[in-house]
Structure formats: C-alpha cells, structure tokens
Design a binder for this molecule. Sequence first.
Ligand code: PEP
Ligand code: MN
Length: 288
Amino acid sequence: MQKLPMVQKKENGLTTYIPVGDTVIGRDFAVIAGPCSVESEEQIMETAVKVKDAGANILRGGAYKPRSSPYSFQGLGKTGLQYLRRAGQAVGLPVITEVLDTRDVYAVAEYADILQIGSRNMQNFSLLMEAGRSGKPVLLKRGMSSTIEEWLGSAEYIMKEGNPNVILCERGIRSVETYTRNTFDVSAIAALRELTHLPVIADPSHATGRAGLVPSMSLSAIMSGCDGLMIEVHPSPRDALSDANQQLTPAEFAALMSDVRKTLKLRERLRNEHGEDSFIARAETAGQ
Ligand code: PEP
Ligand code: MN
C-alpha cells in the first residue's frame, strides 16, 4: 500500500478516539440510527424518541439526499437540518447528516455534530478538504466502487487539512450480485483494523438494501471487529420517501439492539478467553 502517514496504523498501535456527545467513538460501541431522510418534524421526532429508548447513541437523518433520479425526493434541505437538530436536542442525542456540496459544508456544520460524506462523493476531493477544514468529525463512507486503498487515500485528504476526527463507514460495494443492493464487504472491516487507527462503522442498511438482512449483517459486522453500526430506522418504512425497503421499524430496531448487546458481550468474552491470539482479540486490542 502507498504511504498514507496520517491514516495508517502507528507504530505505538494507538487507535483514535472521537468524542461526540456522551459517546467516545473508537472506545464505546456507537450505534447511529434514524431515517434515511428527514421527512417532517413529527417523523424525525418520533424516530429520535424511539431509537434513543432502544439505546442508539447518535441520530441520523438526511436533509440533502444524493438520489439517482433528479425526480426523486431530494430532501428538505435547511429545514431538514433544523428538524434534525431539534429532535436530537429534544432527546439528548448528537446528530449526523450528509453534506453533498462543498458550498454547504459550513451551513451543515452549524447543525450537525458529525458530517457525513456519502459513497458517491468519496473521491470529491474539494469536498473532502472543505470538510477537513470545518473542524467537525467526518464520517467517510466507502465509494461503492472503491478499493480500501482509495478509501484510505480519501481519509488522508481530510486529515491533511488538520482534522484528525475521521470515521470510516463500510456500506457495501458493487458486485455481480443484484439480489442485494450492494455486497457487504465484512472483510474490509477486519482489514481496516490492521491498516488504520481510525474507527470503523458498518452500515448494513445500504450494504444489503433489505430490512430482513440488516439484523444478521449487523451481528456479523460486530464479530468482524467494527466500532459501531449505522442503521436506518423509520416509523413506517413502507411509506418512506427514500430507501423504503431497507429501513427497520422502531420495534425491529429495539429487537436488534438487544441482540447487539448480547453479541458485544460474546465478542468481549472471546477476547478474554483467547487473549491476543484470536482474530477478534487482535482487532479489539490492537494498539490499546
Ligand atoms: C445514506 O446514508 O443515506 C446514504 C445515501 O448512504 P450512501 O452514501 O452509503 O449511499
Ligand atoms: Mn438511505
């Protein structure tokens, strides 16, 4: 791999901790949950209350949406940012939302605790640099056709602007398969633990595009060593204005959270049993 001095694992093996609200990403397991898009004040408020109750740490919701068709719902824009912020404040959760355009970085940063750079913009270098200069933590999604090395190169662009707070998010890649929306690359999660000190979040919602596959893929991601999950949750998925097939109901999300907690305990137990020799233990203890 080419030299990427800022993102590559350090010799001292230390991993990066990113405090956001009450959660320290990289140390605490972080669950980001919420709808694909902010659709109304009621919708984001109801989701915020329910995901917080179920144990989520960070609220998500898109206000600027990257849609394949210009005729699809494009998001509520600034009004969506305001609804998201208000919902987060009401339940005491920090918020994350996508920034699509370099010109919007500072406006979005006024409302968001974490800026999300989406898959389609992973190699929008001017956007990466502007997000780097914003001073906000940045969650960088993997480009749907990008290699791990290209992805890390993009993270380096953000860090080079003086921003050490970068979170990587595996959201699936394009493959020959069409039954699933993307192919969830769980091996990338394990590989990143070897390559970088940055925290890694898994997004099984976009990776699979199917609500029914989200729970099992969430648990697989945990056992692969991820630092957190991003899960799309909507009060009524079938009525969602975007990504209707992949969003969980609040009840499904609550059930998943119960399994997430059990799986995290199992991961911890395996680590303790096997010590540093097990692959899970290595992923977890590398560099602490
Ligand atoms: C999203 O998180 O809503 C999104 C558009 O994701 P991605 O960039 O991974 O497609
Ligand atoms: Mn979505």
